[in-house]
Design a protein around this ligand. Sequence first.
Ligand code: CP
Length: 336
Amino acid sequence: MMNFQGSHILSVSQLDREAIARILDISANMAPYAARQKRCTVLEGAILSNLFFEPSTRTRVSFGSAFNLLGGYVRETVGQENSSLSKGESLFDTAQVISGYSDVIAMRHPQMHSVEKFAKGSTVPVINGGDGANEHPTQALLDLFTIQSEMMHFHKGLDNLDIVLMGDLKHGRTVHSLSKLLSLYNNVKVTMVSPTALQMPDSVVSALEDSGHQVIITDTMAGNLSCDVIYQTRIQQERFASKDEADLYRGHFSLNKSIYQQYCRENTVIMHPLPRDSRPEANELDSDLNDLDSLAIFRQAQNGILVRMALFALTLGVEDQLTQYEKEVNWHTNKR
Ligand code: CP
C-alpha cells in the first residue's frame, strides 16, 4: 500500500488503483467537514504555502479552503513578479527556504516538470497544482471523483466507461492526467475529439492502448458524442506562440444545447475543468446548457475541496487522527 505521509504528489503516475480508491474514499468522508456540518481542527497550527506562479481561481482557492477546513493556516504567493524567482532565485533555493516556513506546499508553475524540480529542494510534501502542459494530478483526482459520483446515479462505476475528451488535447494538462488515471480501470472507451494539430500526445494515447482500452481519434463531433461523459476543454491560449495561432482553433468544437441534444445521449454528463472561455469567439461550453442536470461542472469544481482535503490529510499523516477524532466526537455526542 502506498505510504502517502511525507510524500510529494507530482504526477498521477505515482498512483495505483488501491491508492486512488483510498483518496476517493477519504474525499467522500470529508463532505460533512467541507459543508461545516462537522468541525475539524486536525491541522491546527500547520501552515500551507500556496505558490501560484500562473493564474488560477479554483485550484489555488480550493487548496487554501481545504487547508482552512482542516484547521490550518495558509500563506499565499501569487505571480512570479511577486516572488524572488523574478530576481533569479532558483526553484531549488526557493524550495529550501519556503519548506522551512511551511508544513506542506501547493505549487503551480508555467514550465513542465518545474514542480518536480522544486520538490527536490523541499523538506516538506509538495503538491503539483499544474506544471505547464504536463500534468494536473489533483484535478484528475477530482475529475475521477466526479465521474464516480455522477455514474453512481446510473449504477455504473469507473470500469466500462465511455468518455469523450474534446478540445485542446495537446496542451490540456487535465486531460493528460485524467487519461493516465483512466488507463488503470477496465474496458474504457476514450474518444478524443480535437483539431488535428491539437491531438493528444502519443505517450498518453499509448498508455491507454497499451492497457487494452479502445481509443478513437477524430476531428469530428457529429456521430462521436454518444457517451457516458463528455469532458470539454478550453483552447489553452497561454501555451501557444501567439494569440493569432490560438485563434485558428477557437470556437471549432463548441458544445451547446442543440449539439448536445442532437449527438449526446439523454443523460450524458458534461464536465469541464474550468475556466470555460465564455467569450463569443470561443464559447466551448455554451451557457444555454446551464439548466441541464447533466451539466456537472460546478459540482466538479466543488469536489476539488474534498479531494484536496483528503490529500492534505494523507500527506500530513492526520487521516487516522481524523477517524479517531470522529470516533471521539461520536462517543461524546452519544454519552449526552
Ligand atoms: N481547473 C483549474 O485548474 O482551474 P484554475 O486554473 O482556475 O485553478
